[in-house]
Design a protein around this ligand. Structure first.
Ligand code: XIL
Length: 674
C-alpha cells in the first residue's frame, strides 16, 4: 500500500474535535481529509495548485515543465513542498536539479512546539548542463508541525528543478488527527549545570525561537539546566552580514560590510537578562557565509576579491562583530569561535572561498585580527569536528601550532558530533594533546551522540553517556583544562540531526536515559533499565549468505546501493555494491549478536578496485579485519578474525573497495570461534 491515497474515515471522531473548538488538532491539519502518499510537484501548474511553493527571496519561472529559480538572495531561497500530514513518518525526498552552484541540498524544516528545526536530508554535486538526482530518506518527528522540504543551493546562483517529490516510506503512520504530546514540567528535572558546577560550565545551543516561543517551558528548561548558551545559527555570518544594506551600496561597504544583529538580539537579550554567559559562534567559516562576501563589489557574477581586499573585509568583520557585541552587551560573550572547520576531511586544509581568496594563511590572519581587536578577557577558539580522529588531529595541530606560538589562540573547541561507538579513551586523549601541545583550554562545543541501532537504543545511549562523561570527568580531574561542555540543542526533535536522537531530552522536554547517564557519571548510580527493556540475544549460530535465495541481510553503510546480480562465485547469484558516495560507503552487516566473542569472517569478493577490505565500524577508529588484492576483476578469497568486546550493544562490519568501483560479494560466512 505504497502509492495512492489514504482515506481518513473518522467522521465521528472529527465531530468530537470540532466540538472542542479544534484546539487539539495539530496545526497544519484541517480535519479529516485525504492524505496522498506521494506529493509530486507539477511545474506546469502555478504555486500551491502544482503542489509546490516558493520559499524565501527569489523568482520562480515555469518553463517546459521545469521550475527555474532565479534572483536567489539567500542560499536557501528556492522552492518547497509542504507535508504537514507526514509527521511521524519516514519520508523519501527526491529532486532532479541542474545548477551552477557547486551543490544543492534537500532540507527538512518543521516547527516543534513553536521552535524551528532544519535537518539536512541529502546533498549532491550539481552542474548547469545535466540533471543531478538528489535523494534521501528522513524521519519526521511525530510532534512536528508545518513540516516542509525545500531545495537549497551552496550559493545564490540559479537552480533549475526538473522534478521534485516526497513519498512515504513503508506503511503510512496516520497522525493527522492525533494531538501533539503535552510538554513535560521542566521544574521536575535536576540541573545538569548545578551537578557539574565544580568542574565546568554545562552549555546548550539554542535557536532564537526559544526566546520568542509562547511556551515558557523551553526557557524554563534552558535556565534551570544550562549555564552557557551558544546561538545555534544567529551569530553566523549569513545572519550577521546585512545583505540588503551592503548590496545596495557596495562601494560604501567595500572594505567593511554592513552588519546587523536582528536574528541574535532575542538570545543576547535573554542571556543578558538571566546572566547566562555566551559562546559566540562563529566568525570565519566556509559554510553559512554568503558567497557575495568574497567577490569584488560583492557581485557574484564578477571576479573574486583580491587577497588585500579580503584581508581588510576579514579584519573589519571580526573587529566590528566582536566589538558590537561587547559594546551592547558588555562581558556577555566570554568566548568566540574565531575559525570553524578549516581542516579538510581527507587531509590538509579545506578548500573554500577563504583559502582561495586569501591563501593558506587565512586561519593565522583571522586569529591575528581577533587577538588585535578582542575585548579584554574574551577567549579565542578554533572549533572543528572529527577532531579526535588520528589524522585530522595531526592536521589541526600542525595548523594551530604557529598560531599558539604567536599567542593568538586560547582554546580548542571539540565539536564532538559523535556516535555511541566512539572510544572515550581516544577522545579524551585527543583533548589532552590539544591542551598540552597548544597550551590552550578545552571546550566541548557541540556535543551530540547518535543513538546506537541496537535493541534498546535509548538505554544503550544512556549507558554510553555515563561512560563518556566518566572519562570527561576523570580527564578534568587529571588536569585537562575542560572549561565548558555544550550540547548541540535542547531536545532530540530540535536537533539538526533529529533522526539520530542525539541529545539529552525528548521532544516533549522530559529527560532521556542519556540525561540520566550524564548525571550518573557525576553522582554515581546506574542508568535505569526501561520497562520495555529487551535482553540482547546472544545468538552464536554461524551466519552464511550465498545470495542464492536472492535476499541479503545487511544494508548500505551510508547511501550505497546493493543488488543481487548473476555471476556468483561457484553459484548463480552474488551481491553487487555500487553508487556509494565514498570508497568506505559499502555493504554493512550487524554482528552485535557475537559480542564478547572472536569471530572468523570469510568471503569471496571481486572488483576492479585494487584493494577490497572488511572492517569493523567503530566511530573514530576503523579496525581493519582483512584486506584482499582485487583489481583483476576475478573472484578472490579473504578471511580474518576479529574480537568483539563484551558489552558491545551495537557493532557492524562493512565491506568496501579502494576506489568507487562496484564490488561483488559472495559466500559470506561469520562464525564465533572461541
Ligand atoms: C548547524 C545548525 O545546527 C543547523 O541548524 C544549521 O542548519 C546548520 O548548522 N558544525 C557547526 C554548527 O559548527 O554551526 C552546525 O550547526 C553543526 C556543525
Amino acid at each position: 500500500m505504497k502509492k495512492g491515497f489514504i482515506k481518513i474515515v473518522a467522521a465521528a471522531l472529527a465531530g468530537l474535535f470540532l466540538l472542542s473548538g479544534c484546539d487539539i488538532l495539530p496545526k497544519g491539519t484541517d480535519g479529516p481529509h485525504e492524505v496522498p502518499l506521494t506529493i509530486k510537484a507539477d511545474f506546469t501548474q502555478k504555486e500551491k495548485k502544482g503542489n509546490w511553493v516558493k520559499n524565501g527571496n527569489c523568482k520562480v519561472t515555469l518553463k517546459d515543465g521545469k521550475a527555474v529559480i532565479t534572483d536567489r538572495k539567500e542560499s536557501n531561497s528556492g522552492i518547497a513542498i509542504n507535508c504537514p500530514d507526514y509527521r511521524g513518518n519516514t519520508v523519501n525526498a527526491t529532486a532532479a536539479v541542474s545548477s551552477a552552484n557547486d551543490s544543492v541540498r534537500l532540507t527538512l524544516k518543521y516547527d516543534i512546539y513553536g521552535n524551528v528545526s532544519y535537518v539536512t536530508i541529502a546533498a549532491g554535486d550539481t552542474n548547469e548542463s545535466s540533471d543531478a538526482t538528489i535523494s534521501g530518506n528522513i524521519e519526521i518527528p511525530a510532534n512536528a508541525q508545518n513540516a516542509m522540504v525545500y531545495i537549497e543551493g551552496s550559493d545564490v546562483r540559479d537552480i533549475t528543478v526538473s522534478s521534485f517529490e516526497l513519498s512515504i516510506v513503508g506503511e503510512f503512520n496516520d497522525l493527522t488527527l492525533t494531538p501533539v504530546e503535552e510538554l513535560a514540567d521542566p521544574s521536575k528535572t535536576a540541573s545538569l549545570s548545578a551537578a557539574y558546577a565544580d568542574l565546568f560550565k554545562f552549555g546548550v545551543a539554542s535557536p532564537a525561537s526559544v526566546m520568542t516561543n509562547k511556551n515558557d517551558k523551553f526557557r524554563e528548561l534552558l535556565k534551570s539546566q544550562f549555564n552557557s548558551v551558544t546561538p545555534e545559527n544567529e551569530l553566523k555570518p549569513e545572519n550577521v552580514l546585512d545583505a540588503a544594506k551592503t548590496l545596495a551600496d557596495p562601494a560604501k561597504y567595500n572594505e567593511s560590510p554592513a552588519i546587523h544583529f536582528d536574528a541574535a538580539k532575542p538570545i543576547l537579550d535573554f542571556c543578558k537578562k538571566n546572566n547566562i554567559p555566551m559562546r559566540g559562534h562563529t566568525l570565519i567559516w566556509y559554510s553559512q557565509t554568503p558567497s557575495w562576501f568574497f567577490y569584488e563589489n560583492y557581485d557574484v557574477n564578477g571576479k573574486l576579491a583580491s587577497r588585500e581586499l579580503m584581508l581588510k573585509r576579514m579584519e573589519n568583520y571580526i573587529d566590528s562583530v566582536m566589538n558590537w557585541c561587547e559594546k551592547n552587551y558588555p562581558g556577555l560573550i566570554y568566548a568566540w569561535d574565531v575559525v570553524n572547520e578549516a581542516a579538510a576531511d581527507d587531509g590538509g586544509m579545506r578548500d573554500c572561498y577563504w583559502k582561495q581568496v586569501i591563501g593558506d594563511d587565512y586561519v593565522e590572519r583571522a586569529f591575528e585580527f581577533a587577538r588585535k581587536h578582542a575585548p579584554s578577557g574574551v577567549q579565542l577558539f578554533y572549533n572543528d569536528y572529527n577532531e579526535y580522529q588520528a589524522s585530522k588531529q595531526e592536521d589541526i595541530l600542525a595548523m594551530l601550532k604557529p598560531i599558539a606560538a604567536a599567542g593568538n589562540i586560547d582554546g580548542m573547541g571539540m565539536q564532538s558530533h559523535i556516535s555511541a561507538g566512539l572510544d572515550p579513551a581516544g577522545y579524551v586523549k585527543a583533548m589532552k594533546r590539544y591542551a598540552d601541545e597548544l597550551g590552550v583550554v578545552i571546550h566541548i562545543t557541540e556535543l551530540d551522540v547518535t543513538a546506537p541501532k541496537s535493541l534498546n537504543p535509548m538505554y544503550d545511549q544512556g549507558v554510553y553517556m555515563k561512560k563518556l562523561f566518566e572519562a570527561i570527568v576523570q580527564a578534568d580531574k587529571d588536569g585537562v583544562p575542560i572549561e565548558c561542555v555544550t550540547v548541540w540543542g535542547l531536545t532530540d526533535d530540535m536537533s539538526w540531526k533529529s533522526a539520530t536522537k542525539p541529545l539529552l531530552f525528548y521532544g516533549n522536554i522530559s529527560p532521556k536515559p542519556a540525561y540520566e547517564g550524564v548525571m550518573c557519571a557525576i553522582n554515581g548510580g546506574e542508568v535505569a533499565k526501561p520497562a520495555d527493556y529487551q535482553e540482547p540475544k546472544s545468538d552464536l549460530s554461524p551466519f552464511f549468505e550465498d545470495f542464492e535465495d536472492k535476499k541479503f541481510i545487511g544494508g548500505p553503510r551510508y547511501s550505497s546501493v546493493q543488488k543481487i546480480v548473476e555471476g556468483g562465485y561457484e553459484s548463480s547469484y552474488c551481491l553487487e555494491n555500487s553508487e556509494g558516495y565514498a570508497e568506505y560507503d559499502g555493504y554493512s552487516i550487524d554482528v552485535t549478536q557475537y559480542a564478547g566473542h572472536t569471530i572468523h569472517i570469510s568471503f569471496a569478493i571481486k572488483s576492479k578496485a585494487a584493494v577490497c577490505k572488511c572492517t569493523a565500524d567503530i566511530d573514530g577508529t576503523w579496525p581493519n579485519i582483512v584486506e584482499v588484492q582485487t583489481g583483476s576483476d576475478e573472484w578472490v578469497l579473504g578471511e580474518g578474525d576479529y574480537q568483539i568486546e563484551a558489552g558491545t550493544t551495537s557493532l557492524t562490519i562493512y565491506f568496501e573497495s579502494s576506489d568507487m568501483s562496484p564490488f561483488y560479494l559472495d559466500n559470506v560466512k561469520i562464525e564465533a570461534v572461541d
